[in-house]
Design a protein around this ligand. Structure first.
Ligand code: ZN
Ligand code: ZN
Length: 296
């Protein structure tokens, strides 16, 4: 198979491209997404939330080629045997490309590692992680213009379907390429520049450009429902190519109206009476969680 833009052999199919033309196809897709949704402009300070997986490393690489002010932030939840590996990958990657990396930990910030919290309390690991990660990303992104995450099109199509199947319009409204129903002072704007890049494309970009990751799954992974939705979507995509893209396009088409109606119901965002961070409730979920994990 030949590249559709030159005579070289294609290394990617659907669309068929050689390495060079695939790279420019992929990078311009990210550029178009950044421009279309006004995600970031020249001179912006961008913080990339990295996990050490291929999505966040590809995002870091693509953004650092385009913007001079890109830094990486990783959260150390304190999961023995898991984060050591991903942080080793991250450190060498950031060193190779001259990107500043900061690592912030649950232990230093909240007093306990996730492992310790789970050994003491009956609580779902992903609930603790979700709340504390969000708090740390926001806290440590003050002074930056945006925080970027590596969510790809497959992740988004799955999230849209899950929120539909669970009838969660308020969560559905948050699946846009620029997060948050409204912009709120004190909350850093969150962007997803890989919004239209499929998992297959991200994987191809990482392999073709020698971005090596050690795949290691979080030992607490318990998202059985998400995996079921992912498998079903993959099955439909195989027989009807373009399905995931159509799901995302459908969502983008209605998201303006959805945000408007959900924004009305969301109530006023005030600030938490304990920590002062923006919160819809008197005490924010992070402060509630901190009180819970330190109670006897
Ligand atoms: Zn070519
Ligand atoms: Zn608080």
């Amino acid at each position: 198979m030949r590249c559709q833009d030159c005579d070289r052999t294609a290394v990617f199919s659907g669309p068929a491209y050689c390495k060079e033309h695939f790279n420019s196809y992929f990078e311009s897709k990210v550029d178009d997404t950044l421009a279309r949704f006004g995600m970031a402009g020249e001179g912006d300070r961008i913080l990339v939330a990295v996990s050490g997986g291929k999505d966040s490393l590809v995002l870091l690489r693509v953004l650092s080629r385009k913007f001079p002010n890109v830094e990486a932030l990783s959260v150390d939840e304190g999961i023995a045997g898991y984060r050591e590996v991903t942080h080793e990958v991250l450190r060498s990657f950031c060193q190779e490309w001259g990107i500043t990396l900061r690592i912030v930990g649950f232990k230093e910030e909240f007093g306990k590692t996730l492992d310790v919290i789970l050994s003491e309390k009956q609580v779902k690991p992903c609930t603790v992680c979700g709340i504390f990660r969000r708090t740390l990303l926001n806290r440590h992104s003050q002074g930056y213009d945006v925080i970027a995450t590596g969510h790809n099109m497959d992740d988004t199509a799955q999230a849209i379907m899950m929120n539909l199947l669970k009838n969660s319009p308020s969560l559905l409204a948050r699946q846009g390429p620029v997060s948050g129903i409204r912009s709120v002072a004190g909350l850093t704007k969150r962007i997803k520049p890989l919004y239209y890049c499929s998992e297959k494309e991200v994987m191809a970009y990482s392999i073709l450009n020698g971005i090596v990751t050690k795949f290691i799954e979080c030992p607490n992974v318990s998202e059985a429902y998400r995996l079921k939705v992912r498998d079903q979507l993959n099955r439909i995509e195989a027989s009807r190519p373009g399905t995931k893209r159509r799901i995302v396009d459908w969502f983008i088409g209605i998201s303006g109206r959805l945000k408007e109606s959900e924004g009305k119901d969301a109530g006023r965002i005030g600030s938490c009476s304990v920590c002062g961070e923006p919160s819809a409730n008197a005490v924010c979920s992070s402060c509630k969680m901190q009180e819970f994990i330190s109670s006897p």
